[in-house]
Ligand binder design. Structure first.
Ligand code: GLV
Ligand code: GLV
Length: 354
């Protein structure tokens, strides 16, 4: 029988449509009326029974209720995201189900948004654009000290986590001439030695180093030393609120924090307190705890905090090219796991399996 695939979001699905046209899969797609939005949980659960595969996004929580609804027919879950904190991976694996995600293809796009946020928040873009939009520019003519902020040049950059996105960001930052780049890593992660750029960087003696631990855990040492901290860890039990009260207290009052990973890595309440008390200089965020439920009355948008915060609605991977590549990888992972992949000699292989 032809395997049924539940497709939980409108996305470029040419690869899957071809498979459907060739009679290899039967697609169950979300109702037209949902548009681009996530389908309801009840629609997902009621359509899962009998499916061999599911194509999901961040908002589809994969837990026991999801797997129980699917039953024994489910062979593969393919998520259009690099992050997989919405999937109970040990549970899924214990049931022998393959999981695919979309690493690598989004590294540069997300790194670009990290750099964008760093420039926005250091160069006072939140207050500067608010001034213009509110018609207040005439009251703030150019002065030698208007809307000033620090340069990246000469500063110490701290990278929390040293995975693929972190290493892409490292390459983008070097031309801005930071004094040095320090990183933490939970695994024994090294520079990609095959990478010509990093090889030449090391040869030239550019100071990119794993942080030396003195008395504190690596993240706290990093907080003490860095002028710009980028959160680049994936969200799991050990990284939840890795940037919390203690971390923020260790940071310099002139330092900035940038987060384009997952909202849960930063304790929002502690961050708001730190911004209110001038414990740190500002925050650039592409992700926030509780997103997308961030309304105009959120503390990060309050009058005493908003000018120190650059807030974006999770656009990290959002170049046209990257989203297309993610969609292709999502479909290839799905078909690969089902042994139905047949292009470019890549038979029955997943691009990325968790
Ligand atoms: C986006 O946040 C992703 O995980 O791809
Ligand atoms: C996590 O991604 C790490 O590199 O530490």
């Amino acid at each position: 029988t032809v395997p049924k695939i539940l497709v939980c979001r409108r996305m470029p699905t040419e690869v899957l449509k071809r498979a459907e046209a060739a009679g290899k899969v039967e697609l169950i797609t979300q109702p037209e009326s949902d548009g681009e939005r996530a389908p309801s949980r009840s629609w997902v659960l009621s359509n899962l029974p009998g499916c061999a595969g599911a194509v999901i996004c961040l908002s589809e929580k994969v837990d026991a209720s999801f797997l129980d609804a699917a039953g024994p027919s489910l062979k593969v879950i393919s998520t259009m995201s690099v992050g997989y904190d919405h999937i109970d991976l040990p549970l899924v694996k214990s049931r022998g189900i393959c999981v695919g995600n979309t690493p690598r293809v989004l590294d540069d796009a997300v790194a670009e948004v990290c750099l964008l946020l760093a420039l926005m928040v250091t160069r006072q873009v939140p207050v500067a654009t608010r001034t213009v939009r509110e018609g207040e520019w005439p009251n703030f003519p150019w002065t030698p000290t208007c809307f000033m902020g620090p340069s990246i040049a000469g500063k110490t950059v701290g990278l929390l986590g040293f995975g693929n996105i972190s290493q892409s960001l490292c390459k983008l930052l070097v031309p801005f001439k930071p004094k040095r780049i320090l990183y933490t890593t939970s695994r024994e992660r090294k520079f990609d030695r095959e990478d010509k750029y990093f090889a030449s960087l090391m040869r030239d003696g550019f100071p990119v180093d794993r942080i030396g631990v003195e008395n504190e855990p690596e993240p706290i040492e990093l907080a003490k030393k860095a002028d710009l901290v980028f959160v680049l860890v994936d969200l799991n039990a050990s990284t939840k609120h890795i940037v919390g009260k203690k971390f923020l207290e260790a940071m310099k009052p002139s330092a900035y924090i940038i987060n384009a990973s997952r909202g849960g890595t930063v304790d929002t309440a502690a961050l708001v307190e730190a911004l209110r008390n001038n414990q740190i200089a500002g925050a650039g965020l592409d992700v926030v705890e509780g997103e997308p439920g961030i309304h105009a009355d959120h503390p990060l948008l309050s009058a005493d905090v908003r000018d120190k915060v650059a807030l974006l609605p999770h656009i990290g991977s959002g170049t046209t090219e990257t989203r297309q590549a993610m969609a292709d990888m999502t479909m290839n992972n799905l078909l690969g796991a089902l042994g139905l992949r047949e292009e470019q000699g890549k038979e029955a292989e997943m691009d990325a399996e968790l």
